[in-house]
Design a protein around this ligand. Structure first.
Ligand code: NAP
Ligand code: HSE
Length: 437
């Protein structure tokens, strides 16, 4: 793609969305005009903005900018070079305005992972056909420059695995449950009152938001079309404080962990609760912070850690993209031309891994043996097993913890279904994958 700046006049931004991210962008442009001009080689200016409510006080002076109530009109204005889409939503105004901007040959910078996870391929093809940039650093892991790391710094590597904690709200909930000893429901409400949850909380706690982000990283890492519909998703709603504490006793922490890797069986993309070693960088990650681990054949392992959300960090990522556009730097949206991205073949099941199993059993002779036999019959080998006398547990019940050797997820699922036939279970058992990090 071309690399020559179109002109040396100001790069003119039209910003659709004046919420957390949009106002963060306005503040940087206003506060750092000289620095941005020096780094971009030309001034960066805002010409027009859009939001739903024209009367809202947004804590920033917007009087110098034209107001457009329709984001599509904003996106196609003659005095807008770069359309900054920070409204959100995978459909509706965000999609319509982004499509309109690209059709008009405007560059687009977006923080919208939902939009790209659903329509990334079509939007990338449209951008590249029209010679426009479509950049989305802010969409994945907020302030962490992970898109740049994958598309540029690690471009000489064959990427083996991409892994990470990419939803700060879930990591906040899981680490707060552990540090305060509180159940999920209590911490969920706390997160809601702190304003951490998306308008639709299931985007966070259902793993969907993090799955969107993982699908974008996987496309770049493996040269495949974005395939969010192939991400195995499981949220954190069923992670119990008991499992958090018991896993901790065994040297593990529970994370909503994304893993993407190309295997001999196809592309594996998972965003699920996993146990990771407590002492590992991922295990140590606290609160709303994000971490992305990139593994390349030449470089080995890179760990990127930083704020995944918030006004400053997300606006920082948007401005990095804006400055690249001002400098005339152009790359294919997902690292290689969109039309050459391969159709991904999804791996039908995840790579075998050790599993943590917890079962509450009737404390009677032979109960444990039945569980062990069921695992053996499913071809699963036990690495560690112990019985816990939990304070407060009902008399006559025993909690059994098992760590298996590596097992296929299908074998674990089969064993879990067979546990019900043993007649010794008191409640539904739990199985959580242990990820080797
Ligand atoms: P937000 O605070 O809810 O702000 C959204 C803005 O978009 C508001 O100003 C709203 O207008 C405007 N808007 C919504 N629908 C519109 C429409 N149909 N027409 C015109 N304006 C419209 O959202 P945000 O947190 O800044 O997030 C924006 C995007 O960044 C989302 O895609 C989000 O996923 C992504 N993102 C956010 C973060 C973060 O930390 N917040 C981090 C990474 C990525 P009104 O103010 O008038 O209602
Ligand atoms: N809801 C998201 C999170 C915001 O908690 O990480 C940033 O994408």
């Amino acid at each position: 793609m071309s690399s020559a700046p179109q002109n040396s006049g100001p790069l003119r931004l039209g910003i659709a969305g004046l919420g957390t991210v949009g106002i963060g962008v306005v503040k940087i442009v206003q506060r750092e005009a000289a620095l941005l001009a020096a780094r971009a080689g030309r001034p960066v200016a805002i010409t027009a903005v859009s939001a739903r409510d024209a009367k809202k006080d947004r804590g920033a002076d917007l009087s110098g900018y034209a107001w457009e109530s329709d984001p599509v009109a904003l996106a196609t204005r003659a005095d807008v070079d770069v359309f900054v889409e920070v409204m959100g939503g995978h459909d509706g105004a965000a999609k319509a305005a982004t499509e309109a901007a690209l059709a008009a040959g405007k560059h687009v910078v977006t923080a919208n992972k939902a939009l790209l996870a659903h329509y990334g391929q079509a939007l990338a093809e449209r951008a590249e056909a029209n010679g426009a940039a479509l950049r989305f650093e802010a969409a994945v892991a907020g302030g962490i420059p992970v898109i740049k790391a994958l598309t540029e710094g690690l471009a000489g590597n064959r990427i083996k695995r991409v892994m990470g904690v990419m939803n700060g709200t879930c990591n906040y909930i899981l680490t707060r449950m552990q540090s305060a000893g509180l159940p999920y429901e209590t911490v969920f409400e706390e997160a809601r009152s702190l304003g951490y949850l998306e308008a639709d909380p299931n985007l966070d706690v259902g793993g969907i938001d993090a799955g969107h982000k993982l699908s974008l990283l996987a496309a770049i890492a493996f040269g495949t079309k974005v395939s969010f519909d192939k991400v195995e998703l499981e949220g954190i709603g069923s992670v119990s404080i008991d499992d958090i504490n018991l896993a901790d006793d065994m040297g593990y922490h529970i994370k909503l962990l994304g893993v993407a890797q190309m295997t001999g069986r196809g592309l594996e993309q998972r965003m699920t609760p996993c146990l990771v070693p407590a002492e590992s960088p991922l295990g140590q990650l606290q609160g709303g912070t994000n971490m992305v681990v990139l593994e390349g054949d030449s470089v080995g392992q890179i760990v990127l850690r930083g704020p995944g959300a918030g006004e400053g960090p997300t606006a920082s990522a948007v401005m990095g993209d804006v400055i690249d556009i001002a400098r005339g730097f152009r790359l294919p949206v997902f690292g290689i031309p969109a039309k050459t991205l391969a159709e991904p073949v999804a791996a039908l099941s995840a790579t075998p891994a050790p599993y943590y199993l917890r079962a509450k059993l009737l404390d009677k002779p032979g109960a444990l043996a039945k569980i062990a036999t069921t695992l053996g019959d499913a071809g699963i080998s036990i690495d560690q097993m112990r019985q816990i006398n939990q304070p407060g547990a009902d008399d006559g019940d025993a909690i059994v913890l098992i760590v298996t050797h590596k097992a296929a997820p299908a074998d674990i699922a089969f064993a879990m279904s067979q546990f019900a036939q043993t007649g010794v279970l008191v409640e539904q058992p739990v199985a959580i994958r242990i990820e080797e990090v």
